[in-house]
Design a protein around this ligand. Sequence first.
Ligand SMILES: Cc1ncc(COP(=O)(O)O)c(C=O)c1O
Length: 385
Amino acid sequence: MIYLCGNSLGLMPTSVRARMQEELDDWGRLGVEGHFEATRPWFDYHERFRESGARLVGALPGEVVMMNSLTVNLHLLMVSFYRPDGRRNKILIEDGAFPSDTYAVKTHLQARGLDPDEALLLCTPRPGEDLLRTEDIEDLIEENADELALVMLGGVNFRTGQLLDMKHITDAAHAVGAMAGFDLAHAAGNVRLSLHDWNVDFACWCSYKYLNSGPGALAGAFVHERHGNDSDLPRFAGWWGNDPKTRFKMQDIPEFIPNQGADGWQISNPPILAAAPLVASLEIFDEVGMEALERKSRLLTGYLEFLLKRSLPDSCEMITPEDPSARGCQLSVRVKDRPRERFDRLRPAGITCDFRHPDVIRLAPVPLYNSFMDVHETAEILGAS
Ligand SMILES: Cc1ncc(COP(=O)(O)O)c(C=O)c1O
């Protein structure tokens, strides 16, 4: 199969099976002793991702923790970073955000007694355009300077593949006294990120797309170091976010003492069997590095764009930005001439990608496992008359 659907669910690393088997063997062999005696002891399993998780998103070790699922992490982080205060209570998201994000944000507003019709601001592309302009986001932030509490946007948009200028958006949010957080579901493992240097307050992402860690995989959360040790921040706590030195002294010290950094946002002990594929995946990312991946990604996606424009000169419109620095690997292509018929040729030819009604085909050549031949063959089939 030619698999161009890594924006939805990444392929399984061949080493996953062995990593999972090791955990099963340790569980079978050691039972509860595995917490301290397993090959990778379960007690501090999440610390395995401390450095590699941080490298992925341009964070400092300690600013990233891998836990839960994406929307769960978004909820947990909004408990801390959405702090409505009088008139300053609005949240800005993009119009047509991923539905789960919209649900999360709206229910946070409702949970604080606010009406989403009044407190939710939507950033929309200009009439006739598909993409958001940074200056329009900045203008909306400015216009709501006194009322904005939080800007929460998708770093790479799931429909258009547009990569937002997170640094400038974060600066604009901070300039009016608001927080800035990002959903990086389509960005992590796809584009190079510098969350620490961009001063982003928080971010969350899933690991089942470009991070190839399996359906429903363990997700990621980033908390900037300037917030990480602020024990006054409200949060929903659980024992795994407690200082590990006193984690098992619960009866003696009933008070929650948050662990330092992003680790302090954990709630439960991590699901080891779900975390093992992430170990396998991040070994690969560590071996290759985001820099090399981005280099190949730009060539691969640029080649696909070139071939599609050549084979469908009058019939394809790139929704995704043409500037390689404003996108990741995904191309969202609006096909004017028989879009569904052209898409339906792909599956029988062994090509997997997806279709967004009524006329958009999303193709994501992933540098880790797609080749230039994959891209060439796909364009030939799509472009045939
Ligand atoms: C942009 C974006 N946000 C949120 C989600 C929801 O993720 P989860 O079901 O892992 O919470 C997805 C899932 O594909 C997504 O693409």
